[in-house]
Design a protein around this ligand. Structure first.
Ligand code: GUN
Ligand code: ZN
Length: 428
């Protein structure tokens, strides 16, 4: 099946900080998709005559690659907007009780279905997702992702020091991880991530096991939290007195690798930033979560000086929105708090190809280049009266910035997965 889509096309396939020609924009473009893969892209005037027999649909808006959420928790969907605490108290009071319910597969299935539909409504087609400690919470998510053809990476949470009802053991954590990797390998567009919750929730033996699992399975990612909250960092320092810093506590167990994705990284030493760069590991920046839990402002300037790989995550349910557009707007605001002016094209890169590269799926999604999978979003610059006023007759950079600052799920007119319309807004 071959089809053409005519629209204004925009993608940022490389970090514009490194590559001045990273922005690819066709004001009147044509995207040709065959069996879910982009086979050609260019100006409609140049390309249309090469595809005389292809049916062409005109899309109503600005087409960008499907968003890639580099860090999000599906079991926390129903705990967004839980009032009153910073990280450790918030986990104990609001999150752990909610996660215990995922021992019930039917409950997990219901939340997974809502969660993935919410991603699509927000234009997110790929994500690196925390489930819970329960093996069946991964099955529920992967089964729902398979039904929707989405590119989802996840892995059972390891937490042998967790609270009662929410902990595994070194042996069960390893056996369940091995089973899940075997069960899901090569299916659909799914990938696996070894997922110790954070340094405080796993024993030394379990952290060592996570390193062994990572070494034994070169195709899987390592996904965890790093240096998010000052009280968490103090507890890590007390628990690992021999470690140079929080990152070093992971490093000692073989967890700092090019396939490692660390969420947050708010409170990092220069040594840790340098080690992240040298190792090829990267950070999923989560500004919505960091504001909501009072964790702090990510230091883009220092990360850039050390040339650390970055992506963008919502971190729902500490993050308060599934919208990667809105999260990009918040990234601008936290960057400015530390005097870095985040360019709207770079913010789009972080929300698409940057996150895809962090997840090692950058060859498949994130830039709408020929050969890539045709996951894309149709953005509506007139989604609200204010957006319409603010974007009217404006040049591209200004429109894109307004979409990030004023836009959210309302600005997503349609979401396409492998060239098929997976979600379409019925109003405004
Ligand atoms: N650190 C350990 N667990 C969590 C979690 O569920 N959310 C966030 N934001 N940080 C964590
Ligand atoms: Zn998180």
């Amino acid at each position: 099946m071959i089809r053409g889509y005519r629209a204004e096309l925009l993608s940022v396939g490389y970090d514009p900080r490194d590559a001045p020609d990273a922005v690819r924009h066709e004001p009147d473009g044509l995207l040709v998709v065959e069996d879910g893969i982009v086979v050609a892209r260019g100006a409609h005037a140049d390309l249309a005559e090469q595809f005389p027999d292809v049916e062409i649909e005109t899309l109503p808006g600005l087409v960008v690659p499907g968003f890639v959420d580099a860090h999000v928790h599906y079991p926390q969907t129903d705990r967004i907007a839980s009032h009153g605490e910073q990280l450790l108290d918030w986990l104990n009071r609001h999150i752990f009780p909610a996660e215990k319910a995922f021992v019930d597969k039917a409950h997990a299935e219901g939340v997974a279905a809502f969660f993935l539909d919410e991603l699509l409504r927000n234009g997110t087609t790929s994500a690196l997702v925390y489930p819970t400690v329960h093996e069946q919470s991964v099955d529920a998510l992967f089964e729902a992702a398979l039904e929707r053809n989405m590119r989802i990476v996840s892995g059972k949470v390891l937490m042998d020091l967790g609270p009662d009802g929410l902990k595994d053991t070194v042996a069960s954590g390893r056996a369940e991880t091995e089973r899940l990797i075997r069960r899901w390998r090569g299916r659909g567009r799914l990938g696996y991530a070894v997922t110790p919750r954070f340094a405080l929730a796993s024993s030394d033996a379990q952290l060592a096991d996570a390193g062994a699992l990572l070494a034994a399975h070169p195709e899987v990612l390592l996904h965890t939290h790093l240096a998010e909250n000052v009280h968490e960092c103090a507890a890590v320092e007390a628990r690992f007195p021999g470690a140079a810093d929080y990152l070093d506590a992971y490093d000692r167990f073989g967890l700092v690798t090019p396939r490692s994705v660390f969420a947050h990284g708010i409170h990092l030493s220069d040594r840790a930033f340098a080690r992240l760069h040298d190792s090829g590991a990267g950070i999923a920046v989560c500004p919505s979560s960091n504001l909501f839990l009072g964790s702090g402002f990510f230091d883009f300037g220092r990360a850039d000086r050390h040339r650390v790989r970055l992506g963008l995550g919502t971190d729902v349910g500490a993050g308060t929105s599934f919208s990667m557009l809105h999260t990009a707007g918040l990234a601008y605001q936290v960057a400015l708090a530390r005097e870095l002016r985040l360019d709207p094209f770079r913010a789009l890169y972080l929300a698409t190809a940057g996150s895809a590269s962090l997840l090692h799926i950058g060859d498949k999604v994130g830039a709408l280049e020929p050969g890539q999978e045709a996951d894309f979003v149709v953005l509506d610059c007139a989604a609200t009266p204010l957006l319409e006023r603010r974007t009217r007759a404006n040049e591209l950079a200004e429109r894109l910035f307004a979409l990030q600052i004023l836009g959210d799920d309302r600005a997503v007119a349609r979401t396409y997965v492998l060239g098929e319309c997976a979600w379409q807004r019925t109003s405004p």
